[in-house]
Design a protein around this ligand. Structure first.
Ligand SMILES: [Zn+2]
Length: 324
């Protein structure tokens, strides 16, 4: 037998067998090494691997984010399912959420020496103090106690959590600005898909400007469907609450009232409890700005707001939700 045939006779089965085993028991790392090294330089290969690694991490992060979002949605649904059924059994209002607009990196309007986020917090603290002094039965929650930024999602999710424990009202406090420095006056807003007039639309744009699109997107995905289901039931209550607070504040402060208005404020949109947004006055009007900085005027405004909220709660509870 020629030497070459002799070699073939012994080696071919070994080669064949080894070929089959590598196909069957291929190590993924070896495979990547072989496939990635064939037509690219080591540097390109290294870069490609880095890119693959980043893409993989991004995929993992995205999966984590979606899982987290789903969990939050389930939590929010659980919270809302815990709200007592008002159709069957009357539940008195026993708490309010005081929301000082803006804060931290988002100052709100700035005009005539007033930074809106500071004015809002000062007034919320005053309303809180009046409740503590005059009406201890009402539990007060605040969305911020100091100058920190609170996202839309946090304001809404905190309110949802609190409303699972108590029957709450939501009152957001803001100062307004207008391009026309002659514009002045006190206003209260309730939610509407469409602004009630061009001035209301301008205010809506200013107040909504503070929320980032990702914050809105996140909040929308978690709360919008739930809010749609419950909002219709609370719309009327929000409008009554606005009327009570408006009348009592004008009476207590003797300020000029520009009326009850409607606009599509994000902070009202996703809440599932009766909610109003109080615009205490125009910081862009020199005379009104001076008033808003005056402590005596601030006291009159906040006493009026306190009286309006209290009167609403009292009448709502005594008439079992205006049904008696
Ligand atoms: Zn504001």
């Amino acid at each position: 037998m020629p030497r070459i045939i002799y070699i073939c006779f012994f080696l071919c089965p070994i080669l064949l067998f080894s070929q089959q085993t590598t196909e069957r028991f291929v190590n993924p790392d070896d495979y990547i090494e072989k496939t990635t090294n064939t037509n690219v330089s080591p540097e390109e290969d290294r870069q490609q691997k880095a890119l693959d690694f980043i893409a993989n991490q991004e995929k993992i992060n995205e999966e984590k984010r979606l899982k987290n979002q789903q969990l939050k949605k389930e939590e929010a649904i659980d919270d809302l399912l815990m709200i007592p059924e008002q159709d069957h059994e009357f539940v008195p209002i026993d708490a309010i959420v005081l929301d000082a607009g803006h804060g931290g990196k988002h100052p709100g309007g700035i005009s005539n020496g007033i930074e809106e986020k500071r004015l809002n917090l000062t007034l919320v603290k005053k309303i809180h103090a009046i409740f503590r002094k005059k009406n201890k039965d009402i539990k007060i929650y605040v969305t911020r106690k100091n100058d920190k930024y609170v996202s839309l999602e946090d304001r809404v999710s905190k309110t949802a959590r609190w409303s699972a424990r108590k029957n709450v009202l939501f009152v957001s406090i803001h100062g307004n600005i207008a391009f026309n420095s002659k514009v002045s006056g006190f206003e209260i807003y309730t939610l509407s898909d469409k602004a009630s007039d061009p001035d209301a639309l301008a205010t809506e744009r200013i107040e909504n400007a503070g929320f980032s699109s990702s914050d809105i997107e996140k909040t929308e995905s978690v709360y919008s469907i739930l809010a749609d289901l419950i909002r219709d039931g609370t719309r009327k209550q929000s409008e009554w609450l606005a009327r009570f607070v408006y009348d009592d504040t004008l009476r207590a402060s003797k300020t000029y009232g520009r009326g009850l208005k409607r606009a599509n404020f994000f902070v009202l949109k996703y809440n599932t409890v009766p909610s109003i947004l109080v615009e205490v006055g125009y910081m862009s009007n020199a005379a009104e700005a001076k008033n808003l900085l005056d402590e005596e005027y601030q006291n009159k405004l906040t006493i009026g707001i306190y009286q309006g909220i209290s009167r609403y709660i009292q009448e709502y509870n005594e008439t079992e939700g205006f049904t008696k």
